[in-house]
Design a protein around this ligand. Structure first.
Ligand SMILES: C[S@@+](CC[C@H](N)C(=O)[O-])C[C@H]1O[C@@H](n2cnc3c(N)ncnc32)[C@H](O)[C@@H]1O
Length: 206
């Protein structure tokens, strides 16, 4: 393990995060303030659960932080979805299913009722080693997620989505620009240099 990755791993262990991916999300938050006024949050591809841990912390803080007349909620709702099993986290709804199944849409609808403030996706396909086909598979997954975003994210809501840098990357960014007022791509410092993963942040759904 590289020195930097090893130190993120140790930090995660010390701070009680289930994975060092937590620091990618914390880095994105620092830069884009995606959790501002976020009470209803969906996390796609959530196992083992470190992004859920981060989301819960910000949602809890928001309950006391935003007690103004503009936008206030007296509770939060967080749902995580993954094919893999995720150990329970108090007050978080975890669904063990493939997020591409049509029935997922209904479950999200029922739980959030179109009030979703933020959608997070760190979902990634199992890499085969063939960059070309891996990119296509990841992009297909990202387009399915964009469908969920179109249907469920509220007006002015935010999205963080993991993609791979490849041939269809620009096209995907352009599709995001149709949905969000501001679109940025970002590689957190805790993301491995040699990995081609990159996060796209969509701010303020149109
Ligand atoms: C990098 S991990 C997520 C780590 C997580 N953000 C955390 O901090 O704990 C990517 C996850 O995406 C999940 N995934 C990939 N394709 C999926 C699909 N079609 N449906 C549900 N989960 C999926 C994988 O099972 C894997 O657990």
């Amino acid at each position: 393990m590289q020195h930097k990755q090893e130190s993120f791993y140790k930090q995660a262990k010390k701070e009680g995060y289930r994975a060092r991916s937590a620091y990618k999300l914390l880095d994105i938050q620092k830069r884009f303030n995606i959790f501002k006024r976020a009470f209803y949050i969906l996390d796609l591809g959530c196992a083992p659960g470190s992004w859920l841990q981060v989301a819960k912390k910000f949602a809890e803080d928001n309950l006391t932080k935003y007690k103004d007349q503009f936008y206030h909620r007296d509770h939060y709702k967080i749902m995580g979805i993954d094919i893999k099993n995720v150990s329970p986290i108090e007050n978080i709804s975890i669904i063990q299913k493939d997020l591409t199944l049509p029935e997922i849409q209904e479950q999200i609808d029922l739980y959030f009722q179109n009030k979703l403030d933020l959608i997070l996706s760190d979902a990634s396909i199992k890499k085969s080693g063939n960059k070309f086909t891996d990119n296509i598979k990841q992009m297909n997954l990202c387009y399915t997620i964009l469908g969920i975003v179109k249907n469920n994210l509220k007006n002015k809501g935010n999205l963080v989505i993991k993609t791979f840098q490849g041939s269809d990357f620009e096209k995907f960014v352009n599709n995001m620009k149709k949905i969000f007022r501001f679109v940025k791509s970002y590689k957190p410092s805790s993301s491995k240099k040699k990995s081609n993963e990159i996060f796209i942040i969509g701010l303020q759904k149109k």
